[in-house]
Write a protein that binds this ligand. Structure first.
Ligand code: GLC
Length: 746
């Protein structure tokens, strides 16, 4: 169970606050409005903000989000506190998904760094900047496991693996829940240093989302039905959320989707049975945007009143944006349709979070070194560059065309994203500004020698293949013709991934393929740099590009991160955390698939007539400018008793001529279990840095957590029998050993 953070002192203070509230004010604490949505009511001529402001003054609003800065935050806090200062401060929220004004790589990119600590650092930086603007509640991390690149929000995810997503969930929660002084909450500077992500003076609440199963929307279509077994729910979907709770997440956001017939914000099994009764979560559950209203659209509520009752009884504490709680709860309580005690429980949790964040003592925004009105904090820019570098995955490098020589005489940087400053910001960058972004072109120009001629041509449109591209194409061919090497900056705009941005075609959009084919006819070395929010299915690109660099949407330091890799100032160490399919027909495709009774291979087996079942690039894959050799796996005790752990190690050697990073991955397969098991599942990883010729012995200890399965009765248990364990560079390679957990003597 998560260590209790609601101390007796917080509980007492919350109860004292609760006692002062009217029924309407209690319902108000459970109400959150979108300040950014401000239509004018044609009948009254009043704006939505006029109405909300009046409600805030009456204490009928507990939280707002999408404000614009510290001044507005302070103004609304004054309104909430009232003349006598006795009002309850607002909890101000915002989507701080991968940065605030300093925009970091999208989460799927940061995941590719296999560096949760780095993601924790970017989350802390984002919280520092957001807190300087009055934001005390960040709607992050997004930890939905997704296996479907058609789904636009895979960009916001950590990818397909629950173990890796759990590691990131923990780091992101701890990182984002900074202390009031803007430092991490483990720095012992007043935080209780308990390392549980909730320091004594935590000032920002995280909000892991979207609980649960949102990433498995059918057909990769956003908001679509999610129907999954309790097994997949518990084996795949829930582990990152459980880790987030264990890390001390103060709030959680329920997802839009139904889970097995019941939309999450009305799903008592999810919100109360699992989250609170099994896991001991003490914090606040918020609905997603207008999700209470959508219970009517889903068809599980006949009207707002029923939606209100369903959500409250399931365990949704805060109603985001619909206003249903404030419109109906007071009356429903007075009519005896719902006990006030249920309302009190929700409000107590909300007040506890506000007390935990110090809002009652410090409702106003304090001056901060991290205010970003004028400039980005230098330390955050440096962090953004490091995060960009580590997020990049080298997918192909034939003939050693990379790294480029800085003394290259002429480099042509071509493509519709080459000079873009908006697209590298990615899909959730409300507060990012294109002027702060370093484009690919700029990064290459600044990295190349002064004498080098770096030319640019757009080459084509990214969102259409219109014939008007002829002039663009001609310009590109002219630039390429004069160059020693061509860097093609290709991919997707920032609007082609993210929420409500799903695609059925996983190819490069617009006229990009035509551009690649035309440029390739000139016979120049081609480096393709992919700026995308998702894996693409582009096997054809390998026929034209000597090198392929997966560069995602990398945030403000995109161009420098990419140039650092292209010119070898940074040796790429990224590894994929979402499988790249050969074609969209294979989707969903992910590495931890089941064996089935007929694995691919032969006529009557699980295969396709018209495609391989193998991916284009597998989970965990990525190349380097150096090379690594794995020694045999050593295991002193290959047979252990139930309850004992295996200890395995392998020596990894850098056999190349330059320093590099390797992500050493450990996978397990339970060869014969009481329920079917994946072909392999990630149970450990270690990112190591080795100088040329250097070796390191990497050790993994595999205990219950690594070996357990969820049995037919849905209990986690280690079963005796044989296991295969791999230690290697990806989910598709690596040496393995056979180990045995011995059954207890009869
Ligand atoms: C959106 C998203 C959610 C976000 C919320 C507030 O629809 O689903 O991730 O936090 O609404 O913007």
């Amino acid at each position: 169970m998560k260590k209790a953070w609601i101390t007796p002192d917080i509980r007492t203070k919350a109860q004292q606050l609760l006692a002062r509230l009217s029924l309407e004010q209690k319902a108000g604490q459970m109400t959150q409005y979108d300040w950014g949505f401000n239509p004018i009511n044609p009948d009254t001529g009043l704006s939505q903000r006029d109405v909300i402001s009046e409600q805030i003054a009456q204490g009928h609003v507990g939280s707002v989000f999408n404000l614009a800065g510290a001044e507005e935050a302070n103004r609304l806090q004054k309104l909430a506190l009232g003349e006598d200062g006795e009002g309850v401060p607002l909890l101000i929220g915002r989507d701080v998904i991968h940065g605030y004004r300093t925009v970091f790589p999208i989460p799927l990119a940061q995941a590719s760094a296999w560096n949760p600590a780095l993601a924790g650092a970017t989350a802390a930086a984002a919280s520092r900047e957001a807190l300087a603007d009055g934001v005390a509640w960040v709607f992050a991390p997004m930890i939905d496991v997704s296996r479907d690149p058609r789904w636009g929000r895979i960009a916001e995810s950590i990818g397909e693996d629950p173990y890796l997503a759990s590691a990131y969930a923990e780091a992101w929660v701890r990182g984002s829940q900074i202390d009031g002084d803007g430092k991490g909450n483990d720095d012992g500077d007043g935080g209780d240093g308990s390392g549980d992500g909730v320091g004594a003076d935590t000032a920002v609440a995280s909000c892991p989302k979207h609980y649960a199963g949102y990433g498995l929307a059918e057909a990769g279509r956003d908001y679509n039905t999610v129907d999954l077994s309790d097994r997949v729910l518990r084996e795949v979907i829930l582990p990152p959320f459980r880790q987030a709770v264990e890390a001390g997440a103060l709030t959680i956001m329920a997802s839009f989707n139904e889970v097995n017939g019941v939309p999450a914000c009305a799903n008592r099994y999810l919100l109360t049975t699992i989250l609170r009764e099994e896991w001991g979560f003490e914090g606040v559950v918020a609905s997603d945007y207008n999700a209470l209203q959508e219970l009517i659209t889903h068809g599980v509520a006949a009207d707002e009143e029923e939606a209100c009752l369903l959500a409250l009884r399931a365990g949704t504490d805060v109603d985001m944006a619909s206003g249903i709680y404030i419109r109906h709860l007071p009356r429903l309580v007075r009519e005896g349709k719902v006990p006030e005690s249920l309302v009190d429980e929700a409000v107590l949790r909300i007040l506890a979070v506000k007390l935990k964040l110090g809002l009652l003592e410090r409702p106003f925004v304090a001056p901060s070194d991290y205010a970003t009105d004028e400039r980005l904090p230098a330390e955050h820019i440096a962090l953004a560059r490091q995060a960009a570098r580590e997020s990049i995955v080298l997918l192909r490098n034939e003939g050693g065309v990379l790294p480029l020589s800085k003394s290259a005489r002429a480099i042509a940087v071509i493509g519709p994203l080459a000079d873009s400053r908006k697209d590298p910001l990615g899909c959730w960058a409300f507060d990012g500004r294109p002027d702060d972004v370093v484009s690919v072109l700029e990064g290459v120009r600044q990295a190349a020698d002064q004498e080098a001629v770096v030319s640019y041509a757009k080459g084509c449109e990214v969102d259409s293949d219109s014939a008007s591209g002829e002039s663009d194409l001609a310009e590109a061919l002219e630039a390429a013709g004069k160059a020693d090497v061509v860097v093609l900056a290709l991919g997707e705009t920032f609007e082609m991934s993210g929420e409500a941005r799903c695609r059925t075609n996983l190819d490069l959009p617009g006229g990009q393929r035509r551009l690649v084919e035309a440029v390739s006819k000139l016979g120049k070395p081609i480096v393709a740099v992919l700026l995308t929010g998702r894996p693409l299915a582009i096997p054809w690109l390998q026929e034209y590009a000597d090198a392929i660099v997966q560069a995602w949407h990398l945030g403000v330091q995109s161009g420098h991160g990419i140039a650092d890799v292209l010119f070898g100032d940074y040796n790429p160490g990224g590894r994929l955390t979402a499988t790249f399919p050969l074609n969209v027909g294979q989707v969903p495709i992910y590495y931890y698939r089941k064996k089935t009774g007929r694995p691919p291979g032969g006529v009557y087996t699980s295969y396709y007539l018209d495609s391989s079942t193998d991916p284009l690039y597998p989970f965990g894959f990525g190349l380097s400018y150096t090379s690594f050799r794995y020694g045999e796996i050593l295991c002193a005790k290959p047979r252990v008793a139930l309850g004992e752990a295996f200890e395995l190690s392998a020596q990894v050697t850098n056999t190349g001529d330059r320093e590099g990073e390797e992500v050493v991955q450990c996978y397990v397969r339970d060869e014969a279990a009481s329920v079917t098991q994946p072909l392999k599942k990630l149970v450990g990883f270690r990112k190591i840095r080795l100088k040329a010729g250097e070796s390191e012995v990497v050790t993994f200890v595999l205990g219950e957590e690594s070996l357990a399965i969820i049995d037919a009765d849905m209990n986690a248990t280690v079963e005796s029998g044989d296991f295969t364990v791999w230690i290697g560079p990806s989910s598709a390679e690596g040496e393995s050993v056979r180990l045995t957990v011995e059954a207890p003597a009869q």
